[in-house]
Design a protein. Structure first.
Lengths: 537, 325
């Protein structure tokens, strides 16, 4: 989904570790106890993950209440992400990788003392795939043919076919309590959210103590959580503070301990006040999508000339204070799929002019704008409101392209309007951003089939890319798959359906008493149960 | 209640119901015609078109707009059923009930401050017309009225909360309010309410003060005031009992008109002060295309405005016998 990205900037202070540009709070001998207060911009949408939408805030909170089968690791820099057992104790693949045998941890129970069983896993899968319920992530389960219970804690997962994303797809969504929530038919779930709160039992590190809507969510330690000594804090309070400036004000006033997505302009002030700044590379890239269905952008060479004329490094330096980097392709440069030998196209105004001249564009009427057969090189660039950094970037792009003799008309639209126009391919160029997962599946925006049924806004179509995407999505040999992905990356890089602008880091700010906080691209609250507070009794 | 008053109430209530119906119908069609729908905003980008259609069907959005409108209208009129919130997954009436009280509390306190401070300042300015006190009040009123509530709110937070710690930094209550005694909880609530209500009320009080001053000055120039002075009535009695009563009609009209402004102002104040309420709920619901919630909050706001105007008209009737006739 296009994302509304707040201004982010990064710095570092009092952190341990700085590998790959990612940091965590300082560590020492952990203490147990205390209340951690976190500022959040929006309230959660509900307590049942299957009906609460794709809102990242809601997911971040609910992932503390319910366990996944596995825990995805933020280790995808050199290889695909690995999955550590969470609810699962052990697992074994069949030779053809279409059958996965799981053994659940027998000591895990729900907060009411009822054991977590294989029946919970099967029932959760049934809920996730129920057409009446229409879970937003149901597509991730399409490759699962059946979930068979073979014992109280044993399961067999039958897949239609082997694929590189089997574990990730299986792990999508948390396991829910059948004995507590199983009485209500799936078709009635979307109208009875309050019922789930009343019947709530959890198996994660925290339990829900109270939820005052639009005010705060209070989590308390789940005493039944099977990892000894964890969670370390007694309670976590998510306080709803809509304005980022107020979140920072409350952090500085000692009212909250942790603020996500800190704006760059605040970093210096926060560091002076001994606030810890934590950073990680967000799984996001920002881009200009060219509508290749329109004659102006149909020629890959012209799109290449447009990219060459935009000084992306200047945008990164000016808007991100250097805490972002120029994007190269739809594969983030910090991921295993990216070809390290492939570099971003340089800023080269002369090369851009030469390409456009070779295509017949010239300023025949001396008005400063290139023209061809009487038509000026002029187009509209749309972006969404609510993102100052994107709006500033659009202005810079306009100025860069003006120097190349191209007229850009800027238009800011409400987010939903941008998405709606993008889906209808009703735009010339679109400045947006993608939050992406680690599947490396580019079908969503680069496959021909996604023009009509997906998010291929710019109508990019390349049979070779389609073939390679399809092949890579089925390829289980990691070496072969890397080659396929890098071929896709090379074609996309060469044909520039997008101009890839920047990859941001994501900043969080923490009070000096917060320790062992390790926000990561998996979650800003990654392993919250390990976080602890210095100075508690 | 006299038959003329009853007839007046019936006429005005019928007109008000018609007005609310028209506003709701317009809102229904406008919000549905706006680009995007809930399945785009709420869900995973990997959702296929088929799955999105399944969701649209679950929400009833796959039917023709006229059919959606008629079934929505039928449910509202005959069953008082405002539907299910797409975002909150529960009945809209439950959602509204959660958020209405904080907004009504804030708007009510703001209204009290607006008319309390505005009337006092307006009367003081009129009684001392042309003096430095009058100039000071007019200038202050103009400044208060001109400053954007958003900016005033942020400055108030910065100074009175973050710098001087006189008031809490927003929110409806303290983190540990649930553990307080009922009296301590009430004090905690008032402490949290004070700053946002002052910001909301004082901005509007500027306009009320100028309005009161001008209206009162007009009355103070009337013959009956001169007569009252000649009869030796005290200046306070002349102003507060005689002149202000006759100057009240336009001020009461202002009261009715202030309700929608206060509700829209409350949205800004709710965001700045992290105050839970209808304003934030409506704003978020519009962005997420949560149609049932948008329609219900519009209806609630419309009804409040209509009631405000009705009360203003009735009070006008109380103060002015000509209106009763």
């Amino acid at each position: 989904m296009l994302t509304l990205v707040s201004l982010l900037v990064l710095s570092f202070a009092c952190q341990r570790g700085d590998q790959q540009g990612e940091t965590a709070t300082r560590s020492a001998t952990p203490l147990r106890g205390g209340t951690l207060v976190v500022a959040i911009s929006n309230d959660i949408h509900g307590i049942n993950p299957l009906i609460s939408g794709a809102d990242s805030q809601t997911t971040a909170v609910l992932d503390r209440l319910f366990l996944h089968l596995f825990e995805e690791q933020p280790d995808y820099h050199e290889h695909p992400p690995t999955f550590a057992p969470s609810l699962v104790e052990s697992f074994e693949w069949s030779a053809d990788a279409t059958l996965l045998e799981l053994e659940l941890r027998s000591e895990v129970s729900w907060s009411d003392g009822v054991p977590v069983t294989a029946e919970d896993v099967r029932w959760t899968w049934q809920a996730q795939t129920d057409p009446d319920l229409a879970w937003g992530y149901a597509q991730s389960k399409e490759n699962i043919r059946d979930v068979e219970v073979t014992g109280p804690h044993s399961l067999e997962i039958h897949f239609h076919r082997a694929s590189p994303s089997q574990l990730a797809d299986l792990n999508e969504g948390v396991i829910l309590p059948r004995h507590a929530w199983g009485d209500l038919p799936f078709a009635e779930w979307r109208s009875n959210e309050s019922w789930f709160v009343e019947q709530l039992v959890v198996n994660g590190p925290f339990d829900l103590e109270s939820w005052t809507r639009q005010e705060q969510i209070v989590l308390r330690r789940n005493e039944a959580f099977p990892r000894p000594g964890l969670p370390r804090v007694d309670r976590v309070i998510y306080r709803v503070v809509p304005q980022k400036q107020n979140q920072i004000g409350e952090l500085l006033a000692g009212e909250v301990d942790f603020v996500e997505q800190v704006p760059p302009s605040e970093v210096g002030r926060l560091e002076q006040r001994e606030i810890q700044i934590l950073r990680f590379w967000a799984r996001q890239f920002n881009y200009i999508c060219w509508n290749t269905g329109r004659p102006l952008f149909a020629d890959p060479e012209v799109r290449r000339a447009l990219t060459l004329a935009i000084d992306r490094q200047e945008i990164v330096d000016a808007l991100w204070y250097g805490f972002a980097r120029v994007a190269v392709s739809p594969f983030l440069t910090s991921t295993w799929a990216h070809d390290p030998d492939l570099e971003a196209l340089p800023f080269d105004l002369e090369a851009s002019r030469r390409i456009l001249q070779s295509k017949g564009w010239s300023d025949t009427d001396q008005d400063g704008i290139l023209d061809l057969e009487g038509q000026p090189f002029s187009f509209e660039l749309i972006t969404n409101t609510g993102s100052p950094v994107r709006n500033d970037a659009a202005v810079m792009v306009q100025e860069h392209l003006r120097r190349a003799g191209i007229q850009v008309r800027l238009r800011q639209l409400e987010f939903n309007t941008v998405v709606s126009r993008a889906l209808e391919h009703d735009f010339d160029a679109l400045l947006g951003g993608w939050d992406i997962d680690t599947s490396m599946d580019l079908t969503y925006a680069f496959h021909t089939e996604s023009i009509e049924d997906g998010y291929n806004f710019g109508q990019f179509s390349d049979p070779e890319v389609d073939r390679l995407i399809d092949a890579a999505n089925l390829e289980t040999d990691p070496i072969v798959r890397v080659q396929q992905l890098r071929e896709i990356e090379a074609i996309v890089h060469r044909t520039q359906p997008y101009t890839f602008l920047w990859e941001p880091q994501r900043l969080s700010a923490a009070s000096k008493r917060l320790r062992d906080a390790t926000p990561s691209s998996v979650s800003p609250y990654f392993r919250l149960e390990d976080w602890w507070l210095a100075g508690v009794d | 209640m006299s038959s003329s008053t009853l007839g007046f109430l019936v006429r005005r209530s019928s007109a008000a119901a018609l007005l609310v119906f028209i506003v709701l119908s317009f809102t229904f069609f406008f919000i549905h015609l706006a680009p995007g729908d809930p399945t785009l905003v709420l869900q995973d980008p990997r959702l296929t078109g088929e799955q999105r259609e399944a969701m649209r069907s679950a929400y009833g959005l796959d039917r023709p707009l006229a059919a959606q409108y008629l079934s929505w209208l039928r449910a509202v009129v005959f069953d008082a059923d405002w539907g299910i919130s797409y975002v909150h997954s529960r009945p809209v009436t439950e959602v509204i009930a959660d958020y209405a009280m904080p907004t009504l509390l804030l708007a009510g306190a703001g209204l009290l401050i607006q008319f309390g401070v505005g009337l006092l300042a307006g009367v003081a300015a009129a009684r001392h017309v042309g003096t430095s006190r009058d100039h000071l009040i007019r200038l202050t009123a103009m400044v208060l009225y001109s400053l954007p509530v958003f900016w005033t709110g942020l400055m108030a937070l910065l100074l009175f909360s973050y710098n001087w710690s006189l008031f809490p930094p927003g929110h409806l209550r303290s983190i540990d309010a649930a553990s307080l005694s009922p009296i301590a909880r009430a004090i905690d609530l008032l402490h949290h309410l004070a700053l946002p209500a002052l910001v909301l009320g004082l901005a509007a009080a500027g306009g009320t003060a100028r309005f009161t001053r001008n209206s009162l000055l007009e009355e103070l120039g009337q013959d009956y005031i001169r007569t009252a002075r000649a009869k030796g009535l005290s200046e306070s009695r002349i102003v507060w009992v005689h002149a202000l009563k006759n100057a009240a009609a336009p001020i009461l009209q202002l009261f009715g008109l202030s309700l929608p402004l206060l509700l829209s102002g409350a949205l800004v104040v709710e965001v700045v002060f992290s105050w839970p309420g209808l304003g934030r709920l409506t704003f978020d619901s519009i962005l997420s295309r949560d149609y049932p919630v948008v329609l219900a909050t519009t209806a609630l706001t419309g009804v409040l405005v209509v009631i405000g105007n009705l009360v203003a008209d009735l009070l006008h009737g109380v103060t002015d016998p000509r209106v009763r006739q």
